[in-house]
Design a protein around this ligand. Structure first.
Ligand SMILES: Cc1cc2nc3c(=O)[nH]c(=O)nc-3n(C[C@H](O)[C@H](O)[C@H](O)COP(=O)(O)OP(=O)(O)OC[C@H]3O[C@@H](n4cnc5c(N)ncnc54)[C@H](O)[C@@H]3O)c2cc1C
Length: 70
């Protein structure tokens, strides 16, 4: 996979072995405060996966805000 936009590189985000933005299970990237999901992160490129990852990233954001884990 090739990143269509240059922001991942500009922000210094670590990529996974597929060329997507590397995230944990709640969308956290290698840079604190930056979250990713969908086609720019994981594969395969499917709407339902992108929606699911967006939802999980939202949980990650909320979790980090309240400094708790779900
Ligand atoms: C032709 C085609 C057919 C498909 N058919 C199916 C299907 O039948 N079923 C299915 O499940 N999936 C299908 N997909 C895949 C599905 O569309 C994607 O997996 C899904 O849209 C990914 O969502 P996303 O939010 O990650 O990315 P996207 O939907 O691509 O959204 C990314 C958004 O970011 C914007 N953007 C890009 N760069 C920048 C930037 N630098 N600054 C600001 N904004 C930026 C883009 O304009 C875009 O609006 C298809 C894809 C294509 C191309």
């Amino acid at each position: 996979m090739e990143q269509a936009a240059s922001f991942a590189e500009q922000l210094g985000l670590e990529l996974n072995e597929m060329g997507g933005i590397k995230t944990d299970s709640q969308g956290r990237t290698s840079v604190k405060g930056i979250y990713a999901g969908g086609d720019n992160a994981a594969g395969p490129p499917q709407l339902v996966i992108a929606a699911s990852e967006g939802s999980k990233a939202a949980i990650g954001v909320i979790s980090d805000f309240v400094e708790d884990t779900f």
